[in-house]
Design a protein. Structure first.
Length: 92
């Protein structure tokens, strides 16, 4: 009983940490979509904006809560931004 209680407490703590990290990370994701200059920030800067002490800690929680790495996310975001910019300049 004690072992299963410990496992359940660990699972509960992990789920709380993930939901808290998602709460902290989501506003930064919104800024990354809405404000192009945020795409050029380093992961340590993005992490410190939402209260993480290091780039590694931020990247780890980003990966666990979003299911993709921060680097991959930023690369895809930059590609999408460049595609939109190229399409706008072709239309002009």
């Amino acid at each position: 009983m004690e072992k299963s209680l410990t496992i359940n407490c660990k699972n509960y703590n992990n789920s709380l940490l993930l939901s808290e990290s998602r709460f902290k990370i989501d506003p930064i994701i919104k800024k990354l979509f809405d404000q192009p200059n945020y795409k050029d920030y380093k992961s340590a800067d993005l992490g410190s904006m939402c209260g993480y002490h290091s780039a590694g800690e931020y990247e780890s929680y980003f990966l666990r809560s979003c299911k993709i790495s921060l680097i991959y996310f930023l690369e895809q975001l930059k590609k999408d931004h460049h595609k939109k910019y190229r399409n706008k300049s072709k239309a002009a």
